[in-house]
Design a protein around this ligand. Structure first.
Ligand code: SF4
Length: 357
């Protein structure tokens, strides 16, 4: 069985300062921090514990984290993983005596309440960083503020946080990008959000653009969250309203972004970003990497061959192949890995690069 938690080649590379010599005088460089974060580790270890004692079927309400290697590992151990878009099926398919596991992103509040009413054995692996964002938005909702939430609308964490940002008397607005934040800033100055996409505004009848709070999905790009907060704060200051900000990018995400930035800024010729294609924190690492050098988002080492690389573009949702992708002799290649990327996948990439470069 795959060891999800350790890889000897990754440990060796770290012992050597994150530097792996490749052919032609090229070098592979790892940032000082990368791969599994503490929240992911805690969720996976909890699921392992559940499996060790389970006598009945174990159901996972969506992927435990966004990484195919990890989810396939647990599928192989008999865990039933419901697709995120089909969670309602649990009430028709499962026996209430089974075991149910809430993924690291959490679940929408209403769904979680119905699950807990349906079944007695519910294991919650929601990361405590996510739960602290929930506590913040719940307190702001209770105070009647309109919550502005920077996050990807389709991401399970953002949906779970949004469900808690809506109290009985307040509105909540999703802010996917900096451009959306600029439109909200203009709306605050104009006193109306009429031109904002309606599907991102929840309970517009309760909208209060003078009493606001802002939070974000834990895995966004740190610099962008600060820029969004600043744009909105400027508009609030101009209108004399109030804004309660909470920079809720988690420390693990920020540490990986900081380490990636330091490595790339030191000078690299090519950047490989490794992780699941639906992983938010990995997609943010790609955005950061693209500002320094050619960068490719690859799922696993299988995407790498001497003459071509298969890579994913989160903006278009497409997979493409590029030929002649390796840097010339003497080139420096950075290998970044998202918080949901297991050590084995990083090790496979190191071994693949040693073979083909
Ligand atoms: S990236 Fe942050 S919020 Fe997500 S699981 Fe890791 S520690 Fe928790």
């Amino acid at each position: 069985m795959t060891d999800l938690f350790h890889d000897r080649d990754v440990q060796n590379a770290r012992r050597q300062g994150g530097t792996v010599p490749l052919g032609g005088g090229r070098v592979l460089l790892l940032p000082r921090v990368g791969g599994f974060c503490r929240g992911v580790l805690a969720a996976l270890q909890r699921l392992e514990t559940v499996l060790a004692r389970a006598e009945r079927p174990v159901w996972l309400l969506g992927e435990i984290i966004h990484n195919d290697t990890v989810n396939d590992h647990f599928r192989g151990r008999g865990v039933h993983i419901l697709p995120e878009a089909q969670l309602e099926q649990i009430f028709g398919q499962a026996n209430p005596a089974d075991t149910f596991v809430i993924p690291a992103f959490g679940l929408e509040r209403d769904f979680e309440e119905r699950l807990r009413a349906f079944a007695a054995d519910v294991e919650d692996t929601t990361c405590d960083c996510v739960q602290s964002v929930w506590a913040f938005v719940e307190s702001q909702a209770a105070a009647g503020r309109t919550v502005l939430l920077h996050g990807k609308p389709s991401h399970p964490e953002t949906r779970a946080t949004l469900s808690r940002a809506l109290g009985p008397a307040n509105a909540a607005v999703l802010v996917p990008t900096l451009d959306h934040a600029r439109r909200i800033a203009a709306a605050i100055r104009a006193g109306s959000l009429a031109d904002y996409p309606a599907e991102l505004v929840h309970h517009p009848d309760r909208l209060d653009l003078r009493h606001l709070a802002v939070a974000n999905q834990t895995t966004m790009l740190f610099g962008e969250t600060r820029a969004i907060e600043a744009v909105i704060a400027d508009a609030v200051r101009a209108t004399g309203g109030e804004l309660v900000p909470a920079a809720t990018v988690c420390r693990a995400t920020q540490a990986r972004q900081d380490a990636a930035r330091d490595l790339c800024a030191a000078g690299v010729d090519l950047i490989l970003v490794l992780g699941g294609f639906s992983s938010s924190n990995t997609a943010q690492l790609l955005r950061l990497a693209q500002t320094y050098a050619p960068a490719y988002f690859v799922g696993t080492a299988e995407a790498l061959s001497p003459d071509r690389i298969r890579h994913y573009d989160p903006a278009s949702g497409t997979v493409a192949e590029t030929t002649a992708w390796l840097p010339p002799p003497g080139g420096r290649i950075a290998l970044l890995a998202g918080a949901s990327c297991p050590p084995g996948d990083i090790g496979d990439a190191i071994r693949a690069l040693r073979r083909i470069v």
